[in-house]
Write a protein of this length. Structure first.
Length: 292
């Protein structure tokens, strides 16, 4: 399975038309069709639903698309790293990030680093700990910033100063808005939203055996989307402080929960990982900053 052919395949997946894909790739349509038939023969499965007007992916094609995107992302990242081996004035750093107000520390680190290495580029992938760590394990990001204690057998880590404080985002006209802080008894029977990770990891620490009394009506991996549902009256969002606009004009408010629930943030990277020169410099800078 050649890298060139995978690029051809993804072009067809994007265009959903063999002729348009061939034009975008600057090759003939018969040549492109022949390459795809050879690919299908190699894999032992058809990949497309072919009609006179379109060439769309079938289930097997959708599976290959996901794998091909990952493979090519790694190939391109590797090529970029080798192209920068003789130069440390620039380069690219891929970072996976959890959603947190404490990302401000990472932003400050990048700003200071960019002043010294103005040609370097950063790419941020956002998500919960599980998808972020998965991309780190697959080599699609160089480092990750997570809000869950790291697996010490797999990762080196640094701890970000401060911690995130949990609370409830609600409509300003909610009866709970009159309270200065929220207990788990206040939440009994109410429709609640938060991330799947938090349901598994954070809230059992907070309410223990009372966990089954909470009504989780939905999950979100991005707090902003959850806040839109809150604004529309669908429920209450459990999230970190400072993530959501709760100014008077927003129609929303934030109330901390009690007992206090806090979550720490960690910068992690794989043990024995070989970095590109620019990533190595950045990690060294992080160590100097957070190991003091």
């Amino acid at each position: 399975m050649e890298i060139r052919v995978l690029r051809y395949f993804l072009a067809i997946a994007r265009e959903e038309n063999m002729t348009k894909a061939a034009q975008a790739l600057h090759i003939s349509q018969p040549s492109l069709s022949k390459e795809m038939m050879k690919l299908e023969e190699e894999l032992g499965h058809t990949l497309f639903i072919r009609t006179n007007k379109s060439t769309r992916l079938n289930d097997e094609g959708m599976l290959l698309r996901k794998r091909a995107e990952d493979i090519l992302a790694m190939v391109d990242k590797t090529a970029e790293e080798f192209s920068r081996l003789d130069s440390i004035v620039g380069g690219e750093i891929h970072i996976g990030c959890a959603e947190s107000y404490l990302i401000k520390y990472l932003a400050r680190d990048i700003k200071a680093f960019k002043e010294r290495y103005p040609d370097f580029l950063f790419h941020i992938f956002s998500g919960d700990t599980e998808p972020v760590a998965e991309r780190l394990d697959r080599g699609l990001v160089d480092i990750a910033v997570i809000v869950e204690p790291p697996n010490l057998s797999k990762y080196n880590y640094l701890t970000i100063p401060q911690s995130d404080k949990w609370g409830v985002v609600m409509r300003g006209d909610s009866p709970l808005a009159e309270k200065s802080e929220i207990t788990f008894e206040d939440l009994y029977g109410l429709p609640l939203f938060c991330s799947e990770q938090s349901i598994k990891v954070d809230f059992p620490r907070w309410c223990g055996e009372n966990m089954d009394k909470l009504n989780f009506a939905g999950t979100f991996n991005l707090a902003y989307n959850g806040s839109v549902f809150v604004k529309e009256g669908l429920g209450y969002l459990l999230t970190f402080e400072h993530l959501i606009d709760t100014s008077p004009e927003s129609g929303l408010c934030f109330r901390p929960i009690t007992p206090v629930l806090e979550t720490n943030m960690y910068i992690i990277w794989k043990k024995y990982q070989i970095f590109s020169p620019i990533v190595d410099l950045f990690v060294r800078k992080l160590k100097e900053t957070y190991s003091q």
